[in-house]
Design a protein around this ligand. Structure first.
Ligand code: 13P
Ligand code: SF4
Length: 367
């Protein structure tokens, strides 16, 4: 757990023991074996051919392995944050969507495209936030606070989304909660306590926070980060808002994966300390290869998250597994139609809001 517990109104619906069990699960995820460059080139070629044959497109998150990001870009797929992944999968004409990321991303793709075949590169890739928010308990909690709008982070199950009024990603959460707050709404926020705390402080909204954490971002350490900042005083500090408040307070830029990549590309700074999964370095190097990137310090080997600074579930997405599902047929994502009908409403609400936000930004000349 983080060195600085979040103050504020955090629900007790998830206990420290349960969080600890989830951390242990993350620590127990096996590390995939690296492959050699000699194996990589033919494998990529074979996968490219199979994707075309099967009318399939690869949609990858910024945190997955460099090879999968490279392959997605080379084969006409997409590498993006979770909001853009959802949008791309929805707009692309391919009949099969293959998601390199974690389960909630595949489920979101299926909810938005029930007629398509949706596969995960790795079916067991989950997320500590999703695990921390079981539907039964969450539903009871919502029932106990009927006067509040239910806003859930995309990192949740299809059932939890179906119980919500709004689904948000880190790229749009702040604007949506600000909008609801301006309308006088009170909010239940789930499941990430740190992101909820950050949004609460930025907007002043009345929010009850579920107690989940991301096993990766929760491991950043403020004392060590302060030392690093002293060591590199010219470096810009970039932080994903799933990090604890003590880390966010040290940031120059706080935002979604896309916001952090844009900051590296657009800022004058030459050095960056990055407090988010190091998978993102692939894209950051691609947009600004001459700039120097440092991983923000975590609690290292002693931490419960064995692969500190890298999501253990994102890490189990590999080229070999992608080839195997294309050759042998993977397990498709299946979600009950009744759940899809309900879950699609708050997801569409988010996508419509995002579209309107873009229009407004263009009108204001910000885009
Ligand atoms: P983004 O929405 O910024 O892509 O983040 C998703 C995620 O799981 C971060 O840990
Ligand atoms: Fe979930 Fe954290 Fe992994 Fe993102 S980095 S998928 S929030 S466990």
């Amino acid at each position: 757990m983080s060195d600085n517990p979040t103050p504020g109104r955090i629900s007790t619906t998830i206990s420290e023991e349960e969080l600890h069990r989830i951390e242990e699960m993350a620590a127990g995820v096996p590390h995939p074996l690296p492959i050699s460059d000699d194996e990589k080139a033919p494998l990529m070629k074979e996968i490219g051919r199979l994707l075309v044959q099967q009318d399939a497109v690869l949609v990858a998150h910024y945190y997955v392995d460099d090879d999968l990001q490279e392959l997605a870009l080379k084969t006409g797929g997409h590498v993006a944050d979770s909001l853009e992944m959802a949008r791309f999968g929805h707009d692309h004409p391919a009949q099969t969507l293959i998601v390199a990321g974690v389960r909630f991303m595949g489920e979101t793709a299926k909810i938005l495209n029930p007629e398509k075949r949706v596969l995960m590169v790795e079916n067991d890739a989950t997320c500590s936030l999703d695990l921390s928010c079981p539907i039964d308990r969450f539903s009871q909690y919502c029932d106990a606070h009927p006067d509040r709008k239910v806003v859930v982070y995309a990192n949740t199950s299809a059932e939890v989304k179906a119980r919500s009024d709004w689904v948000v990603t880190s790229g749009i959460a702040l604007d949506i909660v600000r909008h609801l707050h301006n309308q006088g709404e009170k909010i239940i926020w789930a499941p990430d306590r740190h992101l909820g705390d950050y949004i609460q402080h930025q907007t002043g909204a009345d929010m009850l926070l579920w107690g989940g954490v991301c096993v990766v971002h929760d491991e950043y350490r403020s004392k060590e980060l302060q030392q690093m900042i002293k060591q590199y005083p010219d470096a810009m500090v970039l932080v994903h808002p799933e990090s604890p408040r003590s880390i966010i307070q040290l940031a120059d830029v706080v935002g979604s994966t896309t916001t952090l990549i844009n900051a590296v590309q657009q800022s004058e700074a030459k050095r960056f300390i990055v407090a988010t999964d190091r998978g993102i370095f692939y894209k950051m190097h691609a947009v600004a290869g001459e700039k120097e990137l440092f991983e923000a310090p975590t609690s290292g080997k002693g931490a419960s998250c064995v692969s500190c600074g890298h999501c253990p579930w994102m890490a189990i997405n590999t080229l070999q597994k992608l080839r195997d599902i294309l050759v042998n047929g993977g397990k498709t994502i299946e979600i009950d139609n009744k759940i899809i009908e309900k879950a699609v409403v708050p997801i569409r609400r988010m996508l419509d809001f995002a579209q309107q936000r873009e229009v407004d930004m263009k009108v204001r000349g910000d885009a």
